[in-house]
Design a protein around this ligand. Structure first.
Ligand code: NAD
Length: 358
């Protein structure tokens, strides 16, 4: 069976890093149909829109999307709807990508890259499952209004609305429980149920979904405590599930524990397991075209693509082991380089991963 993969390299370092990831995918013994199209600023330059209809069509018809990164300062003066970043929002919306999976892994070889003590973070391997299409970011009504009574009567007031429908909580909870089943069977649901009605409801539904996963140990934590525990003892966590707002903050915090943004993959899935896979970093215009970007986050995103959208966990593991092997050999791109090790370019890192695969 042929699997169709839409490859959308994007801007900045996007083309360089996706090139290495597609080399890795092609080297595997899989029947893949990789189709490449521009997205973001590159698509704006060519077609006048960051997500033109033909690119959206390709993305919709594919089993999975391998995405580089979008954005460049040169597009800053464009109208908001034409900015490169709109391509990601458009893809999330059009494909219903409601589940964002962000692993934060700190390979022991890179323990010094973290700002935390090596013993606190070395070997860290956690997964944050963030709801991506609901919560206060999308809730209506929102805006600026006049306060009608009380202490601030007559003043202008900014407001947003936080809400979660039952289906939204159930489906993200299922994704998280199933991810936990594939790992160490521990799931922590993060909310603010001591203050927020939405969070109380979230917790009630997560507890109900848990009945379908008796093999997974469910715990709950308030978001303020979770933010503290992530820097105090991050290895206590395995899988964390949370809403859009809390997940936005906690996933960046967890990413920074590893100290190396160039190493972190991510996946955004819909209910059909169709997914968009991309590195957690941006398009790094400051180093674009210099063959010095770290391609490992994108290569690891390709591994997630195989695991979550194509059901090829064995091939995913092969890639992850190859990445481990090149780190073990002491090969480092500039962003993770330390004295005494071997500095390599983007393409040399790709070469090394390919060699380790064989
Ligand atoms: P960034 O992640 O692009 O870069 C931050 C810093 O990290 C830079 O110094 C960069 O050189 C470095 N860096 C990032 N990825 C790297 C890699 N693989 N290897 C080595 N070094 C790496 O964030 P930014 O500078 O805030 O944003 C730049 C552009 O990217 C902006 O236009 C922004 O909107 C866009 N952006 C896009 C995405 C996305 O496509 N998903 C995400 C975040 C930012």
């Amino acid at each position: 069976m042929t699997h169709k993969i839409a490859v959308l390299p994007g801007d900045g370092i996007g083309p360089e890093i996706t090139e290495q990831a597609t080399r890795v995918l092609r080297a595997l013994d899989l029947d893949l149909d990789l189709q490449t199209m521009p997205v973001g600023g590159a698509a704006y330059d060519q077609f006048g829109h960051p997500l033109p209809p033909q690119v959206l069509e390709l993305a919709k018809s594919a089993d999975a999307i391998l995405f580089g990164a979008v954005g460049d300062w040169k597009y800053d003066s464009l109208a908001r709807e034409l900015r490169p970043e709109q391509a990601i929002l458009g893809l999330r919306k059009a494909l219903g990508l409601f589940a964002n999976l962000r692993p934060a892994i700190l390979y022991p070889q890179l323990a010094n890259a973290s700002s935390l003590k090596p013993e606190v973070v070395s070997g860290l391997d956690i997964l944050i499952v963030r709801e991506l299409t609901g919560d206060i970011y999308f809730g209506q009504p929102r805006g600026v209004r006049e306060v009608e009574d009380g202490q601030f009567k007559g003043e202008r007031q900014g407001f947003d609305t936080m809400h979660y429908a039952e289906t939204e909580v159930r489906r993200i909870a299922h994704v998280a429980f199933q991810a936990a089943q594939k790992r160490s069977k521990k799931l922590c649901s993060v909310d603010k149920s001591n203050v927020l009605e939405t969070s109380q409801f979230w917790r009630e539904i997560v507890i109900d979904v848990a009945k379908e996963y008796p093999d997974v140990a469910l715990s709950h934590m308030y978001v303020d405590n979770a933010a503290m525990q992530l820097v105090r003892a991050p290895k206590e966590f395995d899988v964390i599930v949370t809403g859009n707002l809390f997940g936005d903050i906690l996933s960046d915090e967890a990413a920074m524990l590893t100290g190396s943004i160039g190493m972190l993959p991510s996946a955004s899935l819909n209910s059909a397991n169709q997914g968009l896979y991309e590195p957690s970093h941006g398009s790094a215009p400051d180093i674009a075209g210099k063959n010095m970007a770290n391609p490992l986050a994108t290569i690891l995103s390709a591994a997630m693509l195989l695991r979550y959208s194509l059901g090829k966990a064995d091939q995913a593991q092969k890639i992850e082991q190859a990445v481990q092997a090149v780190l073990e050999q002491g090969l480092r791109t500039a962003d993770i380089f330390e004295e005494g090790l071997t500095k390599v370019s983007t393409s040399e890192m790709g070469d090394a991963v390919l060699k380790a695969l064989k």
